[in-house]
Design a protein. Structure first.
Length: 273
């Protein structure tokens, strides 16, 4: 009797994703539902206590996308760290698949949590909108609900929907910052959750890397402002913003890709043991 199990790379990646979903789907769905209900309740409490008469139009007085992103990042980080390093069921590195295939699955898992944070954000806003339909007109409400997606640069094709070149430039800059930040976050997350077996150490290592990167950016901004003041006597804000955008996007991509390469090497080295 022939074994019809898929043996190509895409088949093994699909089987790994299916295995991960079967193991964690119940916990993920429960966690998502609870986070939506809790944050929707907190937002309602905020409205009732501080904004008894909501006349805010398209202004979001309590942005939730950052909270959802942080919450799901922590949850996904802890889940994958335990899965890679000390799973109670099966050691991730002992699964019969290539290192590249396992690495692709980890990357897809993190991207899935980013998408899940966006879905949870939309559900939460929808719940609040049912209780407060008078927040604004349809166009303003659309900007309020879907604004986080545009603001974080996940829709890179948005600029081509406009004819004004200035709008295209603004959205392209926003998209470049969002994509470079995504690469940096992906690299640091994978490096820390693979390199450190204990979750606390992995979390502190990831926060430390981000803190060092922020300090480097602040030092760079200070030096640029001083140089601009010497040349123009007054700091050129537009030139500073353009230079900062270029440095942040380039640095984030370089550091992110470097950490992704190191994390792949760590996973491969562990699998060979």
């Amino acid at each position: 009797m022939k074994n019809n199990t898929k043996t190509n790379s895409f088949g093994r990646i699909g089987l790994l994703l299916r295995m991960e979903w079967q193991v964690n789907r119940k916990n993920i769905l429960i966690f998502t539902l609870l986070s939506v209900l809790v944050l929707a309740g907190l937002r309602e409490l905020f409205y009732n206590l501080f904004v008894p008469r909501i006349q805010i139009g398209g202004v979001d007085v309590m942005s939730l996308y950052q909270l959802f992103s942080l919450i799901f990042w922590f949850y996904g980080f802890i889940l994958l760290n335990k899965r890679v390093n000390r799973s109670d069921t099966i050691d991730y590195c002992q699964i019969p698949a290539k290192t590249c295939e396992k690495y692709v699955v980890l990357c897809l898992y993190i991207v899935f949590f980013i998408f899940l944070a966006w879905v949870a954000n939309q559900l939460c806003y929808s719940i609040n909108f049912m209780f407060h339909p008078h927040i604004g007109d349809a166009a303003r409400m659309e900007r309020q609900i879907f604004g986080p997606v545009f603001a974080n640069g996940y829709q890179i094709l948005i600029p081509w929907n406009f004819s004004d070149m200035k709008i295209k430039e603004i959205y392209l800059n926003t998209a470049s910052i969002g994509i470079s930040s995504l690469i940096f976050s992906l690299g640091t997350t994978l490096f820390c959750l693979i390199s450190f077996r204990k979750t606390i150490k992995a979390l502190f290592a990831c926060m430390g890397i981000c803190l060092v990167f922020i300090i480097l950016i602040i030092v760079l901004i200070t030096q640029v402002v001083k140089s601009l003041e010497e040349v123009y006597e007054v700091a050129d804000i537009q030139a500073l913003a353009e230079y900062l955008n270029m440095v942040m996007t380039t640095g984030s991509v370089i550091f992110g890709l470097a950490f992704m390469g190191l994390s792949y090497y760590k996973l491969k080295k562990r699998q060979l043991k």
